[in-house]
Design a protein around this ligand. Structure first.
Ligand SMILES: Cc1cc2nc3c(=O)[nH]c(=O)nc-3n(C[C@H](O)[C@H](O)[C@H](O)COP(=O)(O)OP(=O)(O)OC[C@H]3O[C@@H](n4cnc5c(N)ncnc54)[C@H](O)[C@@H]3O)c2cc1C
Length: 587
């Protein structure tokens, strides 16, 4: 069966954009489209516009390795700057014209006859349902794009403004008003100080928290013009700074080990307690110092939140939860009525429903959730957090067990992109748009690379899929390893499925191992098939040729001054640089 587009990417956030850019850089392929339900690219950073929204990983590391930015204004950038960054990368690589905005993927079904994905899309502009067929389907919908629903009864009765922090109501004037905030995670900690201070401070903010968070001190220096010049002009300076930031965060992983990290956690706990006692009012110490293991929940960086608790207009309630929402505010378990003009839900995201509400059907019409019902007790799992058996040519960015408690999600997703493109390489090379950009010259670099076993084996592969035993073994390893780490030590956190106790969010190992796994893929864990469904053997050891050819080629061209990012010799150079990228560390 024919197809409308070679690669269809669901979501134009950091993951979707990153994959699209690498398709262009590494393969010169431009026959792809992104389907995005909102109005712009950027995902999280387009959607979350609450006051004070920013990242908690230093920007020089919370950015793509292939699009370093010497101009970050401060260590931890705020949402507008991060959104501008993603938008500029999308523009630089001309991705925006490949995005269908205000369109939501509702369903994707594998057609085993035609070896294509049939994707049903609801186009909000035309109010029509359209169908697109693609060879390769990538979910880049993120794990934090569906706000959690408020399950407290009575929401419909509330007469004030009520909204989730991820859908901030910018028409809400809080100056001189009473505000109730539900939640005390990263988002609440960022916006509360802004609502509580300054000339437009709220009259009174009552914040309800369920569990104490580990709040750690954060300074957020702005970068001087001199620092930015060094980043821009001193060779390797930006890479070294990035590597330094990486190592500062990566070494925290040793503290996650329940047994081996005891003393590290004990020191961090003491440090944390001292910080809270030094910064927050005494009456809240109990509510602010967690009883659970440090690291069990992702730490929250303190953005003047603790200092704001000294304000007369802020009250933190940790022992009298909201039981009901009423017309004028909320009623607590003890019967207290807290009046509110606005109710802000900072209650997090639906993380336990991976890919929900999309319907994904693999071979024989098996639904993804039914597959997980049968194999992994209804908990989402994927090989390398990316691939699922019986779902050929389907890849999940920021999939199950890919998040970290200590590092940047961008690093992790870049590893997934490397992994995905390495697996797809033999298939991409058979696609029309790859062929059209790589056969321009009879004695071209691509023909040279082809002679080094880089071209697709014959007969040509049409699909790639992880094998069931490999999937099960990887899941077992993930769950066994995760049990030894602090996330399993008993606190309520977003990573653990409450029914089974299985972890479906966190990657239970060092992140440099994750990168190594993305390069040294166990080819035996996958099967390639041709258009008739017959197994196709890929040439073993070809990655060595890829590394050798790419490194030597890249160095030679660089020395000759011929490689300048995208501006080199068009598709030929992009192909070669790209092959280097396949093995590059996203540092
Ligand atoms: C407030 C906040 C702060 C964060 N800070 C950090 C941080 O400091 N460090 C860090 O590492 N991580 C952080 N994260 C995690 C963050 O989500 C990731 O770092 C990153 O933005 C995820 O990118 P993504 O592209 O995978 O997903 P998203 O950014 O969520 O993008 C997914 C996109 O897919 C679209 N989409 C979803 N479903 C569909 C559908 N069915 N059809 C069409 N389009 C669809 C969405 O509209 C969205 O644009 C933060 C998250 C939040 C919410």
């Amino acid at each position: 069966m024919s197809f409308d587009t070679e690669v269809l990417i669901i979501g134009a956030g950091m993951s979707g954009l990153g994959l699209a850019v690498q398709l262009i850089r590494q393969f010169g392929v431009r026959n792809f489209e992104l389907i995005e339900k909102s109005d712009d690219v950027g995902g999280t950073w387009f959607a979350n516009t609450y006051p004070g929204c920013g990242c908690d990983v230093a920007s020089h590391f919370y950015s793509y390795s292939f699009a370093l930015n010497p101009d970050w204004s401060r260590k931890y950038s705020m949402q507008p700057e991060i959104q501008r960054y993603f938008r500029s990368v999308a523009e630089q690589y001309q991705i925006v014209e490949h995005v269908r905005f205000r369109a939501t993927v509702e369903k994707a079904e594998w057609d085993d006859e035609g070896k294509v994905w049939v994707v049903t899309i609801r186009d909000e502009k035309s109010k029509q349902t359209i169908v697109r067929r693609c060879k390769i389907l990538v979910s880049a919908v993120g794990a934090l794009s569906v706000p959690k629903k408020c399950e407290i009864p009575g929401a419909e009765r509330f007469e004030g403004k009520m909204f989730h922090s991820a859908k901030w109501d910018h028409g809400c004037e809080w100056k001189g008003k009473d505000v109730v905030v539900l939640g005390n995670g990263c988002s609440a900690t960022q916006f509360l100080p802004i609502m509580a201070n300054g000339p437009s401070a709220a009259h009174h903010i009552t914040q309800f928290s369920q569990q104490a968070q580990y709040l750690s001190e954060r300074t957020n220096p702005t970068y001087t013009p001199f620092f930015k010049l060094i980043m821009r002009y001193v060779p390797l300076a930006m890479y070294l700074y990035r590597a330094h930031l990486y190592w500062q965060m990566e070494r925290d992983f040793q503290g996650f080990d329940i047994e081996g990290g005891t003393s590290i956690r004990a020191n961090l706990k003491t440090e944390n307690e001292k910080y809270v006692k030094r910064t927050a009012p005494r009456r809240y110490w109990d509510a602010l110092i967690p009883k659970s293991e440090i690291g069990c929940k992702r730490k929250v960086l303190d953005t003047d939140y603790l200092a704001s608790l000294h304000n007369g207009n802020v009250e933190l309630v940790s022992d009298d939860p909201v039981q009901e929402i009423v017309a004028q505010g909320v009623r607590t378990k003890s019967g207290r009525l807290v009046k509110a003009d606005a109710l802000v839900l900072a209650i997090g995201f639906a993380t336990q429903q991976m890919l929900w509400p999309m319907e994904i059907l693999g071979r024989r019409g098996v639904r993804l959730e039914n597959f997980w019902d049968k194999t992994t007790q209804s908990v989402a799992q994927a090989y390398f957090g990316t691939c699922v058996p019986d779902f050929p040519n389907f890849f999940i960015m920021m999939g199950p067990n890919t998040v970290t408690g200590h590092l940047s999600v961008i690093y992790t997703v870049e590893c997934q992109i490397n992994f995905t493109l390495r697996l797809l390489s033999p298939i991409l090379q058979t696609l029309p748009s790859y062929r059209s950009t790589h056969t321009t010259f009879p004695f071209s670099l691509s023909s040279l690379l082809s002679s080094l076993h880089l071209s697709a084996p014959s007969p040509q592969p049409s699909t790639v899929e992880v094998l069931m035993p490999a999937f099960l073994a990887d899941t077992l390893w993930t769950q066994t390893s995760a049990r030894k780490l602090v996330w399993s030590s008993g606190c309520v956190n977003w990573a653990i499925d409450p029914k089974t106790g299985l972890n479906n969010m966190m990657y239970p190992d060092w992140q440099y191992w994750y990168w190594i796994r993305s390069v040294f893929i166990r080819k035996g864990d996958f099967v390639y098939r041709d258009g008739q469904g017959k197994e196709v053997r890929s040439s073993r050891g070809s990655w060595l040729w890829v590394v050798g050819a790419a490194v030597l080629g890249f160095m030679g061209l660089k020395a000759a001054g011929m490689v300048d990012g995208e501006k080199g010799l068009g598709g030929e150079i992009r192909g070669l640089v790209g092959l280097g990228d396949v093995v590059s560390w996203p540092l």
